[in-house]
Design a protein around this ligand. Structure first.
Ligand SMILES: CC(C)(COP(=O)([O-])OP(=O)([O-])OC[C@H]1O[C@@H](n2cnc3c(N)ncnc32)[C@H](O)[C@@H]1OP(=O)([O-])[O-])[C@@H](O)C(=O)NCCC(=O)NCCSC(=O)C[C@@](C)(O)CC(=O)[O-]
Ligand SMILES: NC(=O)C1=CN([C@@H]2O[C@H](COP(=O)(O)OP(=O)(O)OC[C@H]3O[C@@H](n4cnc5c(N)ncnc54)[C@H](OP(=O)(O)O)[C@@H]3O)[C@@H](O)[C@H]2O)C=CC1
Length: 410
């Protein structure tokens, strides 16, 4: 198609929407995805007087984003950079890798990069996924506590029926357990699944719906909502911080005193004290769920870069940073993220730029065995978080935080 023909198609679509013949979200039924996107953008631009030229300069076929967005008008472009390569010995990831981070916060990559070089000078980080499972918790209405207990007993006695119902809906997902919570005449069943390399929210929602159909057929309980907020998805919630959701992952490193002094311009004692007074006591006083400095910075930047669901940064901030001076006077430093919800298949991971970012880490698509690529991604994010925490706490110790952001962040 020539440019003139495309322009004519766009103009025709715009006219049909203005005439009330087509709705804004129906354009893909009448044109290819890029033309539909251009027509929608032209209409919005005309109605709002906003020039959407840059939003319209995206570098992938709009059709590739069709499962990811409705009413598309283009793409927001967030700068992406790399830190590292950082050396990591994980349960699933072994070796050195650049970490891709997308952000608009100046000084962030410099800081995480400094942390990575400190990790390398210390012989590399270790990381392990210590628990894994994506949850969905429907809420059922029951008459009273007698019926509630009957439902809980039925679920306990019929685990296999629920496992089989879930298995009918997915090749990769596997129901691991169902934990009941009773509140008056409400019963919340927290279903937890191994979702392998998928973050798994679609997978477990579909599987849990199948399990709920059986529960409704076999008991007196009525399903009120497939998600009853005990899951808990995209909200700050203690249940995720305590029980975990997605991957629970820890990364740690022991840094020789000389490296702390030379590369971070402070001491192990100062970092340990800041961690206690700021990340532990300060967070406790603030009733925070995150006992860390800025783990969300690395989680958000790597989520954006690799096509994760950005709203789940909320759960990714459930992290505790620890810092101890060892008997030898070195610094033991760790970050444990309780609920890191990541995938290397599905969702935004298929988008071209995000898939390329996953290639930087070598974890695009399904792992062999299944689940190992998402484990590796979790380990890389946790290692980036260690680097970021180290560098920021050190900057606070050496009083460099404000000067760093004066020179790099504005
Ligand atoms: C800015 C530094 C790193 C300087 O730190 P420095 O030690 O003076 O830097 P340097 O020039 O000596 O370089 C040391 C290393 O830093 C890295 N580095 C240094 N510069 C760059 C750069 N331009 N681009 C890429 N990497 C850079 C690089 O790895 C370099 O090693 P090399 O590779 O040269 O051997 C340091 O002062 C720092 O990390 N400051 C902390 C800044 C920070 O962590 N900001 C995070 C955001 S804060 C926030 O969002 C949350 C907050 C604070 O509100 C949360 C809370 O309440 O705690
Ligand atoms: N539905 C909801 O309530 C919510 C949805 N979301 C959205 O859900 C999406 C993520 O859901 P998710 O289920 O992860 O992704 P998808 O819905 O994109 O499904 C991914 C599918 O990939 C298949 N698959 C292929 N190889 C593998 C492998 N190695 N490991 C695991 N699965 C594999 C699985 O098929 P099979 O099942 O047949 O094995 C799986 O169901 C995101 O877009 C997110 O924004 C977010 C929050 C809530």
């Amino acid at each position: 198609m020539t440019d003139a023909e495309t322009d004519a198609n766009v103009a025709a679509l715009v006219t049909r929407v203005k005439d009330g013949e087509l709705r804004l979200h129906e354009l893909e039924q009448h044109a290819d995805a890029d033309t539909a996107t251009a027509a929608r953008r032209a209409l919005v631009s005309e109605e709002t007087d906003a020039s959407l030229e840059t939003i319209g300069s995206y570098g992938f076929p709009a059709a590739t984003a069709e499962p990811n967005i409705e009413n598309m008008i283009g793409a927001v472009q967030v700068p992406i950079g790399v830190v590292g390569p950082v050396s990591l010995s994980g349960g699933a990831f072994e070796g050195e890798s650049y970490l891709p981070l997308a952000t608009t916060e100046g000084a962030l990559l410099a800081s995480v990069n400094r942390g990575c070089s400190v990790i390398n000078r210390s012989g590399g980080a270790n990381a392990r996924v210590t628990k894994s499972g994506m949850t969905r918790a429907p809420v059922f209405r029951v008459r009273d506590v007698v019926e509630a207990e009957a439902l809980v007993s039925w679920v306990r006695d019929n685990n296999k029926a629920l496992v089989d119902a879930a298995a009918e809906t997915t090749n990769h997902g596997e129901l691991l357990d169902v934990t009941p919570y009773v509140v008056g005449n409400n019963v919340y069943l927290r279903f937890r699944y191994d979702t392998k390399d998928a973050m798994g929210m679609n997978m477990v929602t579909i599987a849990t719906k199948a399990a709920c159909d059986i529960i409704e057929n076999e008991t007196d309980a009525s399903l009120v909502a497939l998600s009853g907020n005990m899951c808990s998805d995209k909200k700050p919630a203690a249940v995720n911080a305590v029980e975990g959701r997605g991957r629970s992952v820890t990364a740690d490193v022991t840094i020789p005193r000389s490296v702390v002094e030379n590369s971070l311009h402070t001491t192990p004692e100062a970092i340990a004290e800041i961690n206690t007074r700021k990340n532990l006591i300060g967070s406790a006083k603030a009733a925070s769920l995150g006992f860390n400095a800025h783990v969300a910075n690395v989680v958000a930047a790597m989520f954006l870069a690799t096509g994760q669901d950005e709203a789940q940064v909320v759960e990714g901030a459930n992290a505790i940073t620890t810092a101890d001076v060892t008997a030898d006077g070195d610094l033991y430093f760790s970050v444990s993220i309780a609920s890191l919800e990541v995938g290397t298949v599905g969702g935004g991971t298929k988008l071209p730029t995000q898939a390329e970012a996953l290639d930087i880490l070598g974890v695009r698509g399904g792992g062999d065995p299944a689940g190992t690529n998402a484990d590796a991604l979790a380990e890389c994010i946790a290692t980036g978080a260690v680097a970021g925490e180290l560098s920021l706490l050190a900057a606070l110790g050496s009083r460099h935080l404000s000067s760093a952001h004066e020179s790099l962040g504005r």
